[in-house]
Every structure is written in C-alpha cells, then in structure tokens.
Design a binder for this molecule. Structure first.
Ligand SMILES: Cc1cc2nc3c(=O)[nH]c(=O)nc-3n(C[C@H](O)[C@H](O)[C@H](O)COP(=O)(O)O)c2cc1C
Length: 311
C-alpha cells in the first residue's frame, strides 16, 4: 500500500531552511507544508512571503497553507500562491491560537457552519489548483467538523487531515478516537491522521485502527525524532551511529543555511538553532541539553551538540 508520511506545518520550526535540510538529511516524507500564511490589515507578512518564495523552495516543493476567515481572504492568499507558481494549497481549519481563532480563522471557524462552508466553497473559484483541508474536530464541540463533512465531501479536495482534538484543548489533553472514527467512516476523501504520533509503534497502531487511511501527518514527533519517517518508509530502525552522524550533518547544514538566510549574523543563527531543542531528542541528558542551550557562540554550540550526541 502506498502509505504516506506528511510533515505537519509548525509555525516557528518547519521553515524553508528546515524543510530542505530535513529532506536532504533524513527524508522519508512525501509532503512538507509551510506554516500558515495569513492576511493582515496591511497585507502579507514579509517573513511569510519569504518562506513561500520559489527561490527558497527549490529542493523541496512544499504545499503552502492558508488560514482565512472569509472567501475574500481565501481568494487573496490563494491568488498569491498561484502567482508564486503553486498549484496546490492546504486550508487551515485547525489552528487553536486565540489570536487567529477569535477572528474565526483556523478552528475558530468550525462553530460557524455557514462561514465554514462559504470558505470551503471558494475552492471552486480556483479550478486550476487543488486543495486539501487540515482541521480539528471542532472548537468546543466534536460535532462541528462532522457538520461540515457533507460540504467537504462535495468538493474536489486532494485529501483531508484530521487532528482529533478540540480547539479549546490547544495541543494537550486526550485525543478523541471515537469522533475520529465517525469522521473516518463518513469522509469520502483520502484521509490522514494527525496528532501525538511519536514512534513507529504509534504509526502502526493508527494504521491498524484505521486501515483505510491514506497516511499520517507527523508534527512534534518528527521534530523530536527527525528520522522517524524514513524509518517507517524503509521498515528499518536507524542504528544509533547513523542517527548521530545524521544529526551532526543536520546541524551543520542548518547552521550554514540559516547563516546565509538570516540577516542578524551568528547571534541570530545560534538563537534559531537553539529552538530546535524545544523538541529535539526529548530523552537526552538534561545537563547536556542545558549546555547546548547555554552556549553563546556557534563553536561552543557545536561542541556541546557533539558531546550530547555522543552520550
Ligand atoms: C508550535 C506549533 C506551531 C504550529 N503551527 C501550525 C501551522 O502553521 N499550521 C497548522 O496547520 N498547524 C500548526 N500546528 C499544528 C501541527 O501541525 C499539528 O497539527 C499538531 O502539532 C498536532 O500534531 P503532532 O502531535 O504530531 O504535533 C502547530 C503546532 C505547534 C505545536
């Protein structure tokens, strides 16, 4: 079976540099998504424009993601994607960040069925593009996504990704497998499961529980264990020595490419590399993680990373 691993968009982490370096060093991912692009009062954010610019996405063509409350916002962002050469886009109806949700964006639109339908129907205005939808079960009620399902099923979507939590849960608390199962039973599009997949066993468990899935989308699990997708695809666990060598290469390439793309010099590159450790190798020794995070230049950072990896 052609089972796919998608890398979830993670604002602040899976930027263009990260996506390309991950693909070059670890791989195993079929589709990378950009973090969401939003429209603000005075237009687009430069950072978001840079992240989708074709020149920064030559090695890995990601699926750009939009977040919008209205058809008009949708049109403007989808038009931008089209102008940048993209023919595929993902619609974010899952983001729980209060700043977005209170504007009826992301999972904040889910309680408003008619607004959700109007937003989704906008895909029909872009017949030369294909769209996918990433959503949660609801904002505060797991019936909300189900209520949108007839509309979702009626549209020519490439696939749907469901994260079985409510917006009010943010990223914590139990996932609701029963509600996922109801959606899974009625969804006519290829469906991907997203949420709390951290190991090969987790992937296996999801695959067995929902055999009709087209694949899974991994987020924090892949930031923590960047080799997970490739292990799944090859069917082999990666030996520790290979992981270690790859993690060193991963850091070297990230440092080099962030160095070339960030304007703030070494200090900014170092700060960016340190954010990797928000998720990377959660089981690493605390003392060594601290050393990595305390390093104040790239040389000491590299040494601290090597020491940590050699444990
Ligand atoms: C820091 C952070 C940023 C995120 N940014 C986005 C985003 O830009 N677009 C989106 O659809 N989801 C975003 N998400 C949600 C993830 O894509 C994913 O759905 C969620 O983390 C659950 O999957 P996981 O348990 O595999 O991480 C974000 C999550 C986190 C923790």
């Amino acid at each position: 079976m052609d089972y796919r691993i998608h890398f979830a968009p993670l604002q602040g982490y899976t930027d263009a540099v990260y996506r390309e370096v991950h693909a070059a060093v670890f791989g195993g991912v079929t589709v990378y998504y950009t973090p969401f692009v939003r429209l603000e009062k005075d237009g687009f954010r430069n950072k978001e424009l840079r992240d989708i610019a074709p020149g920064r996405n030559r090695e890995v063509c990601p699926v750009p993601q939009l977040i919008a409350a209205t058809p008009d916002e949708f049109r403007r962002i989808a038009t931008l994607f089209r102008e940048q050469g993209y023919r595929q886009a993902d619609i974010n109806m899952g983001c729980p960040f209060p700043m977005q949700a209170r504007l009826h964006r992301g999972s904040g639109i889910l309680p408003y069925k008619e607004e959700g339908e109007a937003l989704l129907d906008t895909v029909n205005e872009f017949p030369d593009m294909t769209f996918s939808v990433k959503l949660r079960l609801g904002w505060d009620n797991a019936d909300e996504a189900l209520a949108l399902l007839p509309c979702i099923n009626s549209l020519p979507l490439a696939h749907v990704t469901l994260h079985p939590r409510l917006g009010i849960q943010q990223y914590k608390g139990n996932t609701d497998k029963e509600s996922f199962f109801r959606f899974y039973g009625e969804c006519k599009h290829p469906l991907f499961y997203n949420g709390d997949i951290n190991s090969l066993e987790d992937i296996q468990r999801i695959t067995e529980a929902y055999p009709l899935l087209k694949g899974v989308m991994l987020g924090r699990g892949l930031l923590s264990r960047p080799w997970l997708a490739t292990e799944y695809v090859t069917g082999n666990e990666m030996p520790d020595s290979v992981k270690q060598a790859k993690l060193i290469t991963f850091h070297e390439m990230l440092a080099e490419r962030y160095g070339a793309s960030l304007e703030g010099g070494e200090h900014q590159v170092l700060a960016k590399l340190k954010t990797l450790w928000d998720y990377l190798l959660p089981d690493a020794e605390k003392r060594l993680r601290k050393k990595v995070l305390k390093s104040n230049n790239l040389t000491t950072y590299r040494l601290a990373v090597k020491e940590l990896l050699q444990q």
